[in-house]
Design a protein around this ligand. Structure first.
Ligand code: TPP
Ligand code: MG
Length: 361
């Protein structure tokens, strides 16, 4: 066990729910405290998986340009977002459908962004969620800025930067981690280590013992958690949020999970990974694991599944209604939201583009 512990960061991910739904005793984490919340998290995970499938179907029907599925990562996302207040700001990468559903974001807007008819504006600000960020890692800096603003405003807010394993190799993420540590910003860096950055395997991303171990260099706590265990993800984030709220600064969390689907609908993962690898992770499915625990602990009743399916069906309908044959948006929207007051260069570029397109907006 000693060699699994390097400078206080355990290489063995923290876990409460074993893959068969039995419990793994983990020091300091109490599963019964979560019993009143687990059924709702189960429901949201089921709804996430179903809605995710609807997004993929709509892309295949030519209604969406692209979609990055989060299948397999539901526990990592739902557990994390459920542990926070609705007023804590989330800064997503692009695969965080589960976190969006915890926040009650209507799937229509997400769908229009992936259809390419809405640029995404300033995000889902009414739900304290920043814009979908395709540019890898840039939003980690936004999360730190927002966290520092929370400190200055003394509003007790915590922010979360959702980043991928690949994003940890970006300069912006390094700067964000260091800036957060230096300023003791109430920011949680939540890395979903899903094994791959498109076709680049995890082994090509770093030489540290784990991604969580990078926290040592920044001077903040680092935690590895089983990302397919919704209860462990919840409790680890709750701990980090509590630390941040009392002024003890940022935390780097590595949720070890797996992307079961392709990188996006444009990707063919059979060209770079084996069926055996995927099968091994299918056996660790986060939703099956949660269901097995609920069944075994007497928390299950069939109405839970029925409610989850009904919620999912309503979300699927709402998504289809919003995106099916939706008209193109305004190209000029590209220039909105870059600055509060557009710069002269942007104004000129906007006019040039519209003149070229022969349109007036
Ligand atoms: C700055 C930047 N560089 C490169 C890309 C191309 N790109 C898109 S997704 C991706 C992989 C990101 O992997 P990871 O952070 O692990 O997230 P995942 O897709 O696995 O959720 C890359 C390199 C990009 N979008 N932005
Ligand atoms: Mg990845």
């Amino acid at each position: 066990m000693a060699d699994l512990l390097i400078q206080g960061i355990n290489l063995e991910p923290r876990q409460l729910l074993a893959p068969d739904g039995t419990t793994t005793p983990t020091a300091g984490l109490d599963l019964t405290a979560l019993h009143d919340r687990l059924p709702a998290m189960y429901e949201t995970m089921v709804a996430t998986r179903e809605l995710d499938e609807e997004f993929v179907n709509l892309q295949r029907q030519g209604q969406l340009a692209l979609f990055p599925s989060c299948r397999g990562q539901e526990a990592a996302q739902v557990g994390c977002a459920s542990a926070l207040r609705d007023t804590d700001w989330l800064f997503p990468q692009y695969r965080e459908l589960g976190a969006f559903l915890v926040r009650g974001i209507d799937p229509g807007g997400i769908g229009l962004a992936w259809r390419g008819t809405w640029h995404g504006g300033v995000g889902f600000i009414e739900r304290c969620v920043g814009p979908i960020s395709i540019a890898i890692g840039t939003h980690a800096l936004h999360a730190v800025g927002a966290a520092m603003a929370s400190t200055w405003l003394a509003d007790g807010g915590v922010t979360v930067a959702f980043i991928g394993d690949g994003a940890t190799s970006e300069g912006d993420v390094h700067e964000a981690l260091n800036l957060a540590a230096v300023n003791q910003a109430p920011c949680i860096f939540y890395v979903q280590n899903n094994g791959w950055a498109i076709s680049t395997p995890l082994t090509d991303q770093y030489r540290a013992p784990s991604l969580a171990h990078k926290a040592i260099g920044y001077g903040m706590p680092g935690v590895r958690v089983d990302g397919n265990d919704v209860a462990a993800c919840y409790l680890v984030v709750a701990e980090a949020a509590e630390r941040a709220r009392r002024g003890a600064g940022p935390t780097l969390i590595e949720a070890v999970t797996y992307r079961l689907g392709p990188h996006t609908t444009s990707d063919d993962p059979t060209r770079y990974r084996s069926d055996e690898e995927v099968d091994a992770w299918e056996a660790l499915d986060p939703i099956d694991r949660c269901r097995a625990y609920l069944l075994g602990s007497g928390l299950w009743d069939d109405s839970l599944e029925e409610r989850a399916r009904a919620t999912a069906a309503a979300l699927r309908t709402s998504l289809r209604d919003a995106v099916f044959d939706a008209p193109d948006g305004s190209v000029a929207e590209l220039f909105d939201h870059v600055f509060v007051e557009p710069t002269p260069v942007l104004v000129a570029q906007r006019a040039e583009l519209l003149a070229e397109l022969g349109r007036e907006v």
